[in-house]
Ligand binder design. Structure first.
Ligand SMILES: [Zn+2]
Length: 502
């Protein structure tokens, strides 16, 4: 007897249909699983047979063949336990075949028959939203997450036995997602930041134009504090962006079982001991890395020069394309990775160089060697270098009356709207000034003749490369957009020039 059960699997953060066929035939007891299963899928045999037997449905000694199609795509995850078990029960005549029509099954089985949560349920629900489906049968632990996609009915039995009873009786009770817990931004606000006005200005420009930014300053200058507040001035996430961000965290297994929807822009701050795979994604079954967890948000790399060079070089692709592609023998997986990069470093190994009230203990050659590590493929992609001084103790005693993030965000959103209109006819990878090519800006960016002349003359004094030249144009364009100015003037590029390394 043959049964075909609908299920789904994930590549990157996108789900695709999988048909689970189960055939039970007479012959010597044997279990065959085909269709490019990953290790954890192969192990489903042990979980499924134990769960069935402990739920009162011992698998008779027959020849069992399980086939996952399409057969040429690798299947990962533990979510096939449930469709395989249901397929077996249909094939054995325990569940009427009509009972599983237009149902999609996803879930891991405990040996006792409990239906356990899986990764990526939100992606499966998103995938099913434009298909004809009676319901998605999934673990109770994934209901809140999958429920974010409102149009897909969910059924969430807690045990295999409950599921069989429901399918036999034909009464499927829809699960209701719990209260939508959301992560609002954690109260960080630029109003709390004492002093550092020029750094705040720089971060406003970075937020407005999507520019990568390097903060250089001594310990205690507030680099981390400033970076942590960048999400609070970025435009609010749209509904679609929030779902996409939540789906990435779901695939990474980082969504709490309470069905968190990430409604604030992510802020990721990996330690410099992270591997390249941890940073950009990887693994036998590719998982998203920090760059994808920071999608639509902020990736903060503190102590930039301590990161291994290989990890920093791996950042080039996502910085350029807004996505990461991980190639494996059986599949190539792409994860979205469009993030704002904020990096931070000390001015010298001891951290005190350039501070009037502190003593730098580093030798000149030591500082030169330290700084030279900056010239790399990554720093070449950082539009803005911002130098911060230590905050004076007198200033710290005053309660801050800095401008609130909400007001800054208003200006950022207005300038982003101008940029979206400007780049509307270009490929979707280009939506803000940071992604525009210097050449395009030179001819279409409304840059004054005097402004161009100023940057050209600065090329010599600052030893700007052609890339550096384009960087100044991009940042200058953003400064003009923040001001609501159609043309980029000498004032705008003069400010942009301050963000070139000395
Ligand atoms: Zn020093």
């Amino acid at each position: 007897m043959l049964a075909a059960i609908r299920s789904a699997s994930i590549v990157g953060i996108d789900a695709f249909d999988v048909c689970v066929e189960v055939d039970v035939a007479s012959g010597l007891p044997h279990w065959t699983l085909v269709g490019l299963p990953a290790g954890e899928v192969k192990e489903s045999r042990e979980r499924v047979t134990a769960a069935l037997s402990n739920s009162g449905f011992p698998v008779p000694p027959r020849r069992v063949t399980v086939s996952l199609s399409p057969g040429d795509t690798r299947k990962a995850g533990t979510g096939f336990d449930l469709p395989i078990a249901v397929g077996l029960l249909v094939a054995l005549g325990e569940i009427p075949i009509d009972a599983v029509n237009e149902l999609v099954f996803l879930g891991e089985l405990g040996l006792d028959g409990a239906i356990r949560g899986v990764r990526g349920a939100l992606s499966v629900a998103r995938h099913l939203s434009d298909q004809t489906t009676r319901a998605l049968v999934l673990p109770p632990a994934n209901v809140d997450e999958a429920g974010l996609v409102r149009c897909v009915p969910l059924v969430a039995p807690s045990t295999l036995r409950d599921l069989v009873d429901a399918l036999r009786s034909g009464v499927l009770i829809n699960a209701t997602p719990g209260e939508r817990t959301t992560t609002e931004s954690d109260d960080t606000d630029f109003a709390d930041v004492v002093g550092q006005e020029s750094a705040k200005r720089a971060l406003e420009i970075a937020a407005a134009g999507g520019h990568a930014c390097l903060l250089i300053g001594p310990p205690g200058a507030g680099k981390t504090m400033l970076a942590r507040r960048l999400p609070s001035i970025l435009p609010a996430l749209t509904e679609d962006e929030a779902l996409e961000v939540t789906a990435i965290h779901s695939v990474a297994g980082l969504l709490s079982s309470s069905g968190l929807r990430l409604s604030a822009r992510p802020f990721r701050a990996p330690h410099h001991s992270i591997s390249s795979a941890g940073l950009v994604g990887g693994g036998g079954v590719p998982r998203p890395g920090e760059v994808s967890l920071a999608h639509h948000g902020v990736l903060f790399l503190d102590e930039l020069l301590e990161f291994p060079r290989s990890a920093l070089e791996a950042l080039r692709q996502p910085l350029e394309d807004g996505r990461v592609t991980i190639a494996r023998a059986a599949l190539s997986v792409a994860f979205p990775a469009r993030f704002s990069l904020i990096a931070a470093m000390n001015p010298c190994p001891c951290g005190n160089a350039g501070e009037p009230t502190r003593t730098c203990t580093c030798g000149e050659s030591e500082i030169v060697r330290y700084r030279s590590r900056l010239s790399g493929p990554l720093t070449d992609r950082i539009d803005m270098h911002v130098t911060l001084g230590a905050v004076s103790p007198q200033l710290l005693q005053h309660p801050s009356d800095g401008e609130a993030s909400l007001a800054i965000r208003g200006r950022v959103e207005a300038s982003r709207a101008v940029q979206r209109r400007r780049y509307a006819s270009l490929p979707t990878a280009v939506r803000c000034n940071a992604h525009a090519s210097g050449r395009w800006l030179l001819s279409h960016g409304a840059i004054d003749r005097e402004a161009k002349a100023l940057v050209t003359s600065a090329m010599e004094s600052l030893k700007l490369s052609a890339r550096g030249y384009h960087r100044v144009l991009r940042v200058g364009r953003t400064i003009a957009d923040l001001e609501g100015s159609v043309a980029v003037s000498t004032d705008h590029v003069a400010e942009a020039l301050r963000y070139r390394p000395r």
